[in-house]
Design a protein. Structure first.
Length: 123
């Protein structure tokens, strides 16, 4: 812990004091410090010597050894298919619907056939 006079250039763990940042509303004395990674932050005089740095050392430690937190999402429940659908027989063959053109051609063929049969019966 920093007791007494703190001046520019003093080193506390990973922090190096650059200058005095002034007093804040709470009456605490702050110093502008730079971490070994290059991050500059105001650090409270009482924290000098207690706080090891900006967290850069912990970040690299966390990234390699601790698993990342995963956002919990609601479990996906698979949809259950009805048992009746599984046991049902496959559908019977259903003839496709004919186009209007195909219907017209079928009717013309039917009329031709009727005409030919009538000619045969009459003759």
């Amino acid at each position: 812990m920093a007791t007494g006079n703190v001046s520019a250039g003093d080193v506390f763990n990973n922090w190096t004091v650059l200058s005095q940042d002034g007093s804040h509303e709470s009456g605490e004395q702050y110093f502008l410090c730079v971490c070994i990674c290059g991050t500059q932050r105001p650090v409270r005089k009482g924290n000098l010597g207690k706080v090891t740095g900006c967290g850069c050392v912990r970040k690299s430690y966390q990234a390699s050894n601790t698993p990342r937190k995963v956002k919990k999402q609601p479990a996906k429940v698979p949809k259950q298919k009805s048992v009746a659908l599984k046991k049902a027989a496959p559908p019977a063959y259903i003839e496709r619907t004919k186009s209007p053109r195909e219907k017209l051609e079928d009717r013309l063929d039917h009329h031709r056939l009727v005409r030919e049969l009538n000619e045969l019966w009459v003759a």
